[in-house]
Design a protein around this ligand. Sequence first.
Ligand code: RB5
Length: 155
Amino acid sequence: MKIAIGADHAGFELKQKIRDHLQSRGVDVLDKGTDSPESCDYPDYALKVTEDVVGGWADLGILVCGTGIGMSMAANKVPGIRAARAVSEIDAQLSREHNDANVLTLGARVTGSDLAINIVDVWLKTPFLGGRHARRVGKMSDIEKLETAPANRTS
Ligand code: RB5
């Protein structure tokens, strides 16, 4: 399994810990930066990781910022991405089982590193359940294909 991982300055330290943890377990990790605690912009790293996921260079992606919120917003702008912000192991489990999340986002300022690593482990080992959930995930993909934004509807 190949995992693309990225972070902004707020998530840098936790990203390093997650990367080291995964590598120590033999996971192939593509580290897309940032490479220092110097201030930077989370959408830049969301784009790098999600490009790897939708392009097939990585199976799944992990993004870390201060809250996990900006990373999830930015990642979910990319067609084909289903990014889930998880603050608990059950978030991680259900985001894979029900939503087939292909990107996990974490907040280094709101989630401690031990819990964050547990969240990552649960997320990576949990399969998508398919069935009725596949129909719902398919409907999310259909929304991406809409040519007319809902705001332009007249009725
Ligand atoms: C950076 O200060 C912070 O805004 C960012 O890491 C993230 O939390 C945004 O959602």
